[in-house]
Design a protein around this ligand. Structure first.
Ligand code: M6R
Length: 625
């Protein structure tokens, strides 16, 4: 959370920083600020709220400075007020710092600095950093900004990324990474740092991701990389495969809507990448091609999946698929719980971390914990880690030896949509691969599933086309509703959870997802004419059960909205409103049934006039615990 950006070069820094921050606003938007060095002074401008507030404040005072740092904040320590906004400075206003992360020992450092006469004006953890750097520049042996920052970071505990400038070192920008992402961009006579690549991709595609414990010194002449001990490291940038137009709205009102419409393309890209093109026969080799080493699968007895939020919902669908198709017992855990209360150690266990950003602190920590607690054990207990991520260059990508890259392309809307569908595709491929190799399903069954999967993009397009006006119409009716219930069973229970999460996070309407059969054990008491119920009912294993559970809700006066295949007459009679999806096998239905729920949430939020892409209190990349 929080986005940081830095620039040094030959152009005016302010606009470059502002446009970089625009691309990072998904990481937090409680306040924003930039600091530049011009005519021997640090000019720092900060504003509460979104970036446009900062822009208006900057218009009359922007300098032609060619060095600067910027920040967009997701508040952790201290309210989202201007005095807590970054950049933070020392008392003499010579050093400016932006930070992403949390400094865990900031209270102790603050006390020590106070004893030395430092006064603080914010409630943030970050403010200790410029004070500490200034103190080191004044008192210790540090003879350069680089050295002072290096000494300062050795006093800091926690996970953080920093960018630092100083009025006394106008040709130097120092960037630090310690368990929070930071990339360095290499242009022609200009250099950048940023929390994420979209902030710099319109300037350069040559990037280098700093590793934990690394410091970069950016000057107009180039970039030097050091470790925290001060040793110089030799590293080369790589070329990014990211097109700047991928981070534009392309005519859609919001990124979220654009991303919902990109989903058929995501499914097509996944089919192309994960499945062999010759589908006439599924004889060896496996029809699935994930490029994973055989040792990951051998003698597998158990799978544990750790994830958060929408990725956790995708993992629940994954559990269903792996257990039903490949017969491997699979448990799904909230990463934030699992890291402190893991299951007893089991042998031959695959641990999967699912995170679209690859930066979710809890998911990364759960994987580290799992790796560490297994490392001194017998071979069968050794960690087998697999990551599923949309950002292979992320911290997750660098931590796990094996990965399934999801192919959603960059997702800007804070509410995950196309990355969820991409994660589902990864789980279909994984479950089918395991089923094939373990011979737990008949070849004909697997062949049919794979062929049916190839029909999904077109079915999704049909579903999207039919849903737009239906969901818009319902949004009009439900814009002022206070509570929603989403019901599903079996493989569609996670979709009920996902539908409720989408509605909560962008429309701020209270919503709960339940397994339909659980309603009668308590939650049914919530129902009356003011609480609409959205039920996902797809012919298959639990179809009649979901319809009965829906009838029970209807008998309590709830208005019933059915997400169900087009042709079903029985469902049409039960539901007050229908959100029909194309006919689909139950096993593949989540990829389609989630679409109307995403659109419903989108249209309700848009109707309520809310900021769909940047809902309050949220951030796209949750890099704090
Ligand atoms: O990047 P991750 O997949 O690890 O993110 C996990 C959650 O923070 C994320 O899914 C969150 O719940 C989204 N806002 C859901 O739309």
């Amino acid at each position: 959370m929080c986005g940081i950006v830095g620039y040094i070069g030959t152009q005016a820094a302010t606009e470059i920083l502002l446009s970089g921050l625009e691309k990072l606003e998904y990481r937090g938007y409680d306040s924003a600020g930039i600091a530049t060095v011009w005519e021997g002074e640090v000019n720092c401008v900060r504003a509460k709220g979104k970036l446009h507030n900062l822009r208006s404040k900057l218009e009359p005072v922007a300098t032609p400075a060619q060095i600067g740092i910027g920040h967009t904040r997701w508040a952790t320590h201290g309210k989202p007020e201007e005095h807590n906004a970054h950049p933070h400075m020392d008392m003499a206003m010579r050093v400016a710092v932006v930070q992403n992360g949390i400094i865990e020992n900031y209270r102790d450092l603050r006390e020590e600095l106070k004893q030395k006469g430092h006064q603080f004006i914010s409630e943030t953890d970050t403010e200790v950093i410029p004070h500490l750097i200034a103190e080191l520049l004044k008192t210790s042996s540090s003879s350069s900004l680089l050295e002072a920052v290096r000494q300062a970071v050795n006093h800091l505990e926690g996970a953080f990324a920093l960018a630092v400038i100083s009025a006394d070192y106008p040709d130097e920008l120092i960037a630090v990474r310690q368990q929070a992402p930071l990339v360095i961009g290499f242009g022609q006579g200009e250099f950048f740092c940023a929390s994420d690549t979209p902030a710099i991709v319109s300037h350069t595609r040559a990037v280098l991701s700093l590793e934990n414990g690394e410091i970069a010194r950016l000057t107009p002449l180039g970039v030097e990389i050091y470790n925290f001990a001060g040793d110089r490291l030799r590293k080369q940038p790589r070329m990014l495969n990211l097109n700047p137009t991928m981070v534009e709205k392309q005519g859609f009102k919001h990124f979220m809507l654009k991303e919902i419409y990109e989903q058929p393309g995501v499914v097509r890209a996944s089919l192309e990448a994960y499945f062999n093109s010759d589908r006439s026969s599924i004889d060896t080799p496996s029809p699935v091609n994930l490029g994973l080493p055989p040792k990951l699968y051998s003698d597998l007895e158990q799978i544990h999946i750790v994830a958060c939020g929408t990725s956790w919902h995708a993992a629940l669908v994954g559990k269903y698929l792996i257990e039903q198709l490949a017969g491997i017992s699979t448990q799904v855990h909230y990463a934030s719980e699992y890291r402190y209360a893991p299951s007893p150690l089991t042998p031959n266990t695959l641990i999967i971390g699912v995170t679209q950003s690859g930066e979710t602190a809890d998911t990364l920590a759960a994987l580290v914990m799992e790796k560490e607690r297994r490392q001194d054990k017998e071979p069968q207990y050794q960690a087998r880690l697999l990551g599923i991520t949309n950002r292979p260059e992320s911290s997750l990508g660098r931590m796990v030896p094996d990965m399934i890259n999801t192919l959603a392309g960059i997702e800007i809307g804070v509410a995950a949509t196309k990355t969820f569908v991409a994660q589902l595709m990864a789980f279909y491929a994984l479950a089918l691969d395991l089923a094939y190799l373990r011979q737990t399903a008949a070849k004909e069954t697997l062949e049919k599933i794979i062929n049916d999967l190839h029909q999904i993009p077109q079915k999704m397009e049909t579903t999207l086309a039919s849903q737009e006006s239906l969901t818009e119409h319902l949004a009009h009716e439900f814009a002022d509703t206070q509570d929603f219930i989403f019901l599903g069973r079996g493989i569609n229970y996670p979709i009920a959870l996902e539908g409720a999460l989408k509605l909560k996070e962008i429309s701020y309407i209270h919503a709960e997802g339940y397994p339909a059969g659980e309603m009668k054990h308590g939650p049914i008491a919530l129902l009356d004419a003011k609480v609409p119920v959205v039920a996902i009912a797809v012919p298959g294993n639990v179809y009649e059960k979901v319809l009965s559970n829906s009838q029970e809700a209807k008998a309590r006066d709830s208005r019933l909205i059915g997400v169900t295949p087009v042709k079903d007459g029985e469902a049409a009679e039960i539901f007050n409103d229908l959100l029909p999806v194309s006919d689909v096998d139950e096993l593949l239905s989540p990829i389609l049934t989630v679409v109307p729920l995403q659109l419903l949430a989108y249209h309700i939020a848009a109707r309520r006039g809310l900021d769909v892409d940047q809902p309050r209190n949220l951030a796209k990349s949750v890099t704090v615990e």
